[in-house]
Design a protein around this ligand. Structure first.
Ligand code: KIV
Length: 275
């Protein structure tokens, strides 16, 4: 079944949980699509897990388009969401619409995601007015890490909790079809999810959200630079990969790879003429 923003809305209304993972390339997207995951986010987390930066700030529009179109080619049924990178929408409403348009036309996403609350309401209104669905993202928003003074849970005190609720309502009013809640206390997520008619997608926000998202390298144990508390490791693919690389290294050095099964043959009479 092809997932669209309508699927997400219907799932919320029926009380069915929405599953999302990140992906950044064709072959991983294809596996995730085949597994029946509802949505793939081409996250600007690619800055960390693909490009090796310490944060997401250096990710460019070209990076997002390049990885977005690779993911889109791998997806039959999964809704593809492409992140708007740092400074592609904060600068002006005009920039926001132009860059969201590029992610759809060139990146081939089904919608875009941007970070922020009340302060990005004009951008959300303008992008949706241009016919582009918007997923919002509040709580611990990585593009604002320097404002937060590090990766910290948001909404533990009354003032910030109230702001998150106000942000969520404003985003919904502006026309966003869904909102990511990142690093938000579990019972605050329940409250926000109950107050909103659009689906909430949690990451480090407890079980009360309408859906969940994880960075796939985190849940497969492939990225060990920083593992947040909320990550559950579903497989130790990192260790499987390292062991396979070691086995290959050993066999190459021992001369046992490639063997006859992995080589091509030539007829004796053809070869003899060359000697
Ligand atoms: O870029 C990303 O992977 C994200 C998720 C953490 C939601 O924004």
């Amino acid at each position: 079944m092809k997932n669209t923003i309508t699927t997400f809305q219907t799932m919320k209304e029926k009380g069915e949980k929405i599953s999302m993972l990140t992906a950044y390339d064709y072959s991983t997207a294809k596996l995730i699509d085949e597994a029946g995951i509802n949505g793939i986010l081409v996250g600007d987390s690619l800055g960390n897990v693909i490009l090796g930066y310490e944060d997401t700030l250096s990710v460019t529009m070209e990076d997002m388009i390049h990885h977005g179109r690779a993911v889109a080619r791998g997806c039959q049924n999964t809704l593809v969401v492409i992140d708007m990178p740092f400074m592609s929408y904060q600068t002006s409403v005009y920039d926001a619409v132009v860059n969201a348009g590029r992610l759809m036309k060139e990146g081939r996403g089904g919608c875009v995601k941007l970070e922020g609350g009340i302060e990005v309401v004009p951008q959300i209104k303008a992008i949706t007015a241009a016919g582009i669905p918007v997923m919002a993202h509040i709580g611990m928003t990585p593009q604002s890490v320097n404002m937060f003074g590090g990766f910290k849970v948001q909404g533990k005190n009354e003032a910030v909790a109230k702001k998150l609720l106000d942000d969520a309502l404003a985003i919904q009013e502006a026309g966003a079809f869904s909102v990511v809640l990142e690093c938000v206390p579990d019972r605050l997520s329940v409250l926000i999810s109950e107050k909103l008619t659009i689906p909430t997608i949690g990451i480090g926000a407890g079980a009360g959200c309408d859906g969940q998202i994880l960075v796939y390298q985190d849940m497969l144990g492939m990225y060990k630079d920083f593992v947040p508390k909320f990550v559950k490791k579903y497989a130790d693919v990192g260790t499987v990969m390292t062991n396979a690389f070691k086995n290959y290294d050993n066999e190459v050095k021992a001369g046992t790879f490639p063997d006859a099964d992995h080589s091509f043959t030539i007829k004796d009479d053809v070869l003899e003429k060359l000697y």
